[in-house]
Design a protein around this ligand. Structure first.
Ligand SMILES: [Zn+2]
Length: 293
């Protein structure tokens, strides 16, 4: 087992400050890349998760353009890879294309200044929990061996799954990050709220989860904290649908932001709410209000 040292290339710029930003282009930008970044900049946001959720179709030139704007407006970049990645699929071809998608994402990362490649490992495909883990772990080791060096310091960031049937519990994600070089966790707090049937929703719950990640992953976690936030609805199977932040839907992110401040953590908060820009601004507003106290 090899745990990546947080003091090396893994340290990204996103370490000295808590960062906030949306997932995907704000609709206000109408697909105009420059407008995307100037909206983020004008709104006082400092992070952006590029949505390649239907596959990375961007040409290299466009990717470079995105990277140039990110640099100009000082926006910290991550990328969400395709939803249909399924590393433990029953179909060998899907396993292979899933790996290829992650390899491509790592190769594009330097062009776009992306430091974190977020993805869902997928479903266990009829395998036992342990078998699925080994298949997914080995697939990610392959990806890292092939493309880890070409990512320009970008890391793979497997995400906590919202559906209980998907691979991606807290302990599964921790184990992946312990056993595969170049992996950091993405904690999706809405997914975790859905998985826990609404239980992880207060100060104690958030602190317990964060302490667990910190105990297990240490500096690797502390130096690369990547969070997703959103409102969500759930059933006994987990995630149902994403909802706006700061309205009647949980989870309540105020206690999460309080814990982050108390512990001095410096996460990047990416809003995946139904209006991602509004969600990011809401979270930043809560944080800024607490800073004033
Ligand atoms: Zn997410």
């Amino acid at each position: 087992m090899h745990i990546v040292d947080g003091s090396s290339q893994w340290r990204s710029d996103a370490l000295t400050k808590v960062l906030f930003g949306p997932a995907g282009y704000p609709s206000e930008a109408r697909g105009n890349v420059k407008r995307v970044f100037s909206i983020l900049h004008e709104a006082g946001l400092d992070a952006f998760e590029y949505a390649a959720v239907h596959g990375l179709r961007t040409k290299e030139r466009k990717a470079e353009e995105i990277g140039d704007f990110a640099k100009k407006f000082k926006i910290s970049m991550s990328m969400h890879s395709a939803y249909y990645i399924s590393l433990a699929s029953k179909t060998p071809r899907i396993r292979e294309t899933s790996k290829e998608r992650l390899v491509k994402a790592l190769r594009f990362a330097p062009l776009m200044r992306v430091k974190r490649v977020v993805f869902h490992p997928g479903f266990p495909g009829g395998l036992s929990e342990d078998e699925a883990h080994m298949v997914i772990r080995d697939a990610l080791r392959d990806v890292w061996e092939v493309a880890g060096d070409s990512g320009g310091g970008a890391v793979l960031a497997p995400e906590i799954a919202g559906k209980l049937s998907a691979y991606g519990s807290v302990d599964q994600i921790i184990r992946l990050c312990q056993e595969v070089d170049g992996c950091i966790p993405t904690i999706d707090w809405a997914h975790l709220y859905a998985r826990s049937q609404g239980e992880i929703n207060d100060h104690d719950g958030y602190r317990k989860v964060l302490t667990h990640f910190e105990d297990e992953l240490g500096e690797l976690f502390i130096s690369n904290m990547h969070f997703h936030i959103s409102g969500i609805t759930f059933t006994d199977k987990g995630e149902a649908t994403h909802q706006p932040l700061g309205q009647e839907w949980g989870p309540d992110i105020l206690p999460l932001i309080e814990v982050v401040r108390e512990c001095g953590y410096k996460p990047t908060f990416i809003s995946e709410s139904t209006n991602p820009l509004q969600g990011a601004l809401y979270a930043k507003f809560l944080f800024d209000e607490l800073e004033k106290e």
